[in-house]
Write a protein that binds this ligand. Structure first.
Ligand SMILES: C[S@@+](CC[C@H](N)C(=O)[O-])C[C@H]1O[C@@H](n2cnc3c(N)ncnc32)[C@H](O)[C@@H]1O
Length: 494
């Protein structure tokens, strides 16, 4: 078991200092105001600095040191951290002496009314390349995964590659027991500190990917793994898995059947290659094939190689002197492997316990309502419903159209007036899918109010459009199944 950066009694004193000062997200927001809070989220600290200038009360000092990266006089920092003593804080690396006083040695982030410990953000040390063992704080990817996680109560949860412990912190709100693993001992020390500061008890295990939990199963596994694709060399543990290409993500998929209890989910952020002449979706579906798991893979973004390499070199503030050569070597590797782009997205796998698993790999590029996680379990529920409703059962089912659907028509004005070219039906919340529909499908969806069975609706449409009911049903069934999958049509009474 890994120890926190401070012993338990000192952690309790640090917690008392933070809580006593009101160093929480709401406490900070109240102190620096709306402009300061909005600026802080975009690394513009001017308003936060103005709001705390000249003040030496503990909250102002903690904000100036840990949010704004300022150096403050020793006396003031000592007062802000009391009852933790300054030598203890320096010894733990929390603050470090520099000319003019003390500055943050670690990041101590107020996260709601909890706290997260990590290395200081790259923005606070301009011009300094991140060291190999840098432990990230809460970033965009952390938030994406946290928002995408299915938050149902579970007995056991695993955070694989925990880093500062942000996912484990979220899991603690709905899992009875939380296990967190990491390859990095430094990361585990921070995760142990995050757990201790928040009065939580996590099982922390060190090792490569699933090795530390071999032979164990969980109800929920989440991971924001080191998914960055490249030649398989590691310069930064937080982003490089040491596996070439997207192999780390394929490995996680392959491990899932041994990791999940029946009904359990594995959710992780992933990158995958778009290789010339290959369909990316087939590539990722190939990872899932044969696992027996239900899968929903959503591609949220696609990055071109130059943008991708520059993003990650910049993310680690890699040395500007060697950066061009590093970029060239990385891009040569892309070329040599015929990689045209990199897809970024979320993989959700479920041990469904049935032998005809659903595997859907698709683009979901539109903005969605957050938290996305609230939409994911219902998606699997709808797949279960569809699996239980083969042709006849589906025809016998009553369906309702989702609330707040929006119809957009595009029309061209011709000699005979307006001619409708395209009709788009949109979900106005949740996953916000937009579907192009023909007049018949639109009529069907519009009439779905849960009163008639689908078969009766189709019979009425067949009469109205002088169509053969059997032929209409043949065409309608896959369309209806697709609309149910997307949440545009829903089983009545559920
Ligand atoms: C992108 S960070 C994610 C940190 C945190 N979970 C979050 O969501 O922000 C990836 C983490 O995986 C860890 N890691 C890297 N290689 C690993 C491996 N082979 N096995 C387990 N963890 C690994 C890194 O040390 C790092 O903490």
């Amino acid at each position: 078991m890994t120890d926190a950066i401070l012993p338990p009694d000192a952690i309790a004193r640090l917690r008392a200092a933070l809580a006593g000062a009101g160093y929480t997200s709401t406490g900070i927001a109240a102190r620096i105001g709306a402009a300061g809070t909005a600026g802080m989220r975009r690394n513009d600290l001017r308003a936060a600095l103005r709001a705390t200038e000249g003040a030496d009360d503990p909250l102002a000092t903690l904000i100036r040191v840990f949010v704004c990266g300022q150096t403050e006089p020793e006396r003031v920092v000592a007062a802000a951290l009391a009852p933790l003593s300054l030598p203890e804080a320096v010894e733990a690396g929390l603050v470090e002496p520099v000319s003019g006083g003390l500055r943050a040695g670690l990041d101590l982030e107020a996260y709601g009314d909890q706290w997260i410990v990590s290395d200081v953000d790259a923005a606070m040390r301009p011009g300094q390349p991140l060291p190999r063992e840098h432990v990230l704080g809460v970033g965009g990817a952390s938030t994406t995964l946290a928002q995408s996680t299915i938050r149902r109560p579970v007995a056991t949860a695993l955070d694989l590659g925990t880093g500062c412990g942000v996912q484990a912190l979220h899991l603690s709100a709905h899992a009875a027991r939380v296990t967190a693993t990491d390859l990095s001992e430094r990361a585990l020390r921070f995760a142990a500190t995050t757990a201790a500061l928040n009065g939580l008890d996590w099982e922390l295990l060190r090792g490569d990917l699933t090795a530390p939990v071999a032979g164990r199963r969980f109800d929920l596994v989440v991971s924001n793994p080191p998914f960055v694709v490249g030649p398989g060399t590691t310069t930064h543990t937080y982003r490089d898995s040491g596996r070439a290409g997207d192999a780390v993500c394929a490995e996680l998929v392959a491990a899932a059947p041994r990791l999940l209890n029946e009904g359990g989910y594995l959710q992780f952020l992933a990158n995958w290659l778009h290789i010339s002449g290959e369909d990316w979706a087939d590539r990722v579906a190939g990872w899932v094939a044969g696992t027996g798991l239900d899968a929903w893979v959503i591609q949220r973004e696609v990055s071109d190689p130059v943008g991708y390499v520059n993003l990650w070199l910049g993310d680690a503030s890699e040395d500007p002197a060697t950066r061009p050569a590093r970029a060239a070597a990385w891009l040569d590797w892309f070329d040599a492997n015929k990689i045209e782009a990199v897809g970024l997205g979320l993989i959700t796998l479920r041990a469904g316990g049935h032998d005809d698993p659903t595997v859907r790999v698709e683009d979901l590029r539109q903005a969605v309502d957050q938290p996305l996680g609230a939409q994911i379990e219902p998606w699997f529920d709808r797949q279960d419903w569809l699996r239980g409703h083969s042709r006849d059962a589906l025809l016998g089912a009553r369906l309702v159209a989702a609330g707040g659907l929006q119809l957009t028509q595009e029309a061209t004005r011709g000699p005979e007036g307006w001619q409708v070219d395209r009709q788009l039906l949109a979900l106005t919340d949740g996953l916000r899918w937009v579907e192009q529909v023909d007049p018949l499908v639109l009529a069907l969806v519009s009439a779905c109010d849960g009163t008639l069975a689908l078969r009766d609706q189709l019979d009425m449409l067949a009469v109205a459009h002088d169509a053969d009911p059997e032929a209409l049903a043949q065409v309608a069934i896959p369309l209806v199944a697709h609309l149910v999958e997307r949440g545009i049509l829903l089983p009545a009474g559920r």
